[in-house]
Ligand binder design. Structure first.
Ligand code: SF4
Length: 285
């Protein structure tokens, strides 16, 4: 069995920045509380909690004296307002690529444009984006949903279109094509993050060379699940959070296995999975 590791596997810039910031603050003795789990990786979150970080669902549950950490997904403007009302200190780890989308949302508000967001309406990043305009907003998950919105879109004076940073590149291209033909008022901003694009592209290429693909990352991580969908188009694909979840029987007939990992997967977990696969190969010899 050959194993090929994707070059782009693991932490992206924004996640790396948020994780480093939190570990550094803890090491300096700060009492910190993250708004929601810092990243979509339960092992990292557990380790941060063991070092004293609190994971709080909202600003109201942050104890006095704690400093708030805003995670890379970003938050709606109302959360900044609540932090300010409570006079809490905070550290903003909103990824700069997400912050850029917030600025576009604010501009849509100022210019009375409809903000059209390609993404998952229930995802915190999308809620953060939507929460940066007080004007009209529509969220669509795919081309089919966008097509249904067309009559309403045609009535708008001005439309700004953005995508969740982890939106599927292929789907975004189709949506853009549709809008360019059917709704010429739409001003489109390419906001899919390069890290996401590069991971999806490499997963696509790698899965064409492999018969099996292991995608390491949180079961609730949006970018990991999208990598899994891409990988599953060309190979038998599985998602594991840790090395323990990798059943050796699953690799029984594998000849070439590609390994990739979501943007919130630390290199230590990738190494553990690769080591356990190498052990399988040795045991089989
Ligand atoms: S995937 Fe991209 S946008 Fe999201 S945190 Fe990472 S670098 Fe930032």
């Amino acid at each position: 069995m050959n194993i090929i590791r994707a070059k782009t596997a693991g932490f992206c810039f924004g996640v790396d920045r948020a994780v480093k910031l939190t570990y550094d603050l803890l090491a300096d003795g700060h009492k910190v509380a993250t708004l929601g789990p810092l990243i979509h990786n339960p092992q990292v979150v557990e380790d941060l909690e063991a070092k004293g970080a609190l994971t709080c669902p909202d600003v109201a549950s942050v104890p006095d004296g704690y400093e708030v950490i805003i995670r890379s997904h970003g938050v709606p403007q109302t959360v900044y307002d609540e932090i300010s009302t409570r006079r809490l200190a905070y550290h903003d780890a909103t990824c700069p690529f997400v912050a850029k989308i917030h600025k576009i949302a604010m501009r849509a508000d100022e210019n009375h444009a409809l903000l059209l967001v390609a993404g998952d309406a229930s995802h915190p990043e999308v809620q953060g984006i939507v929460g940066h305009t007080k004007g009209k907003v529509k969220v669509f998950a795919n081309l089919e949903e966008l097509e249904k919105m067309l009559p309403e879109l045609l009535q708008q004076e001005s439309i700004y279109v953005v995508a969740q940073t982890t939106f599927r590149v292929e789907s975004w291209e189709k949506c853009k094509e549709f809008l360019k033909k059917q709704c010429t008022k739409a001003e489109i901003f390419d906001t899919i993050c390069n890290a996401t694009w590069a991971r999806q592209q490499e997963a696509e290429d790698l899965s064409q060379k492999c018969d099996h693909m292991v995608v390491i990352g949180g079961h609730h991580s949006s970018n990991t699940q999208k990598l899994l969908q891409v990988a599953a188009r060309h190979a038998v694909a599985i998602n594991v959070e840790t090395a323990d979840e990798l059943d050796p029987a699953w690799l029984k007939d594998a000849v070439t296995v590609g390994v990739t990992a979501g943007a919130s997967t630390p290199s230590s977990i990738i190494e553990e999975v690769l080591n356990s696969m190498s052990e399988e190969i040795r045991d089989d010899m």
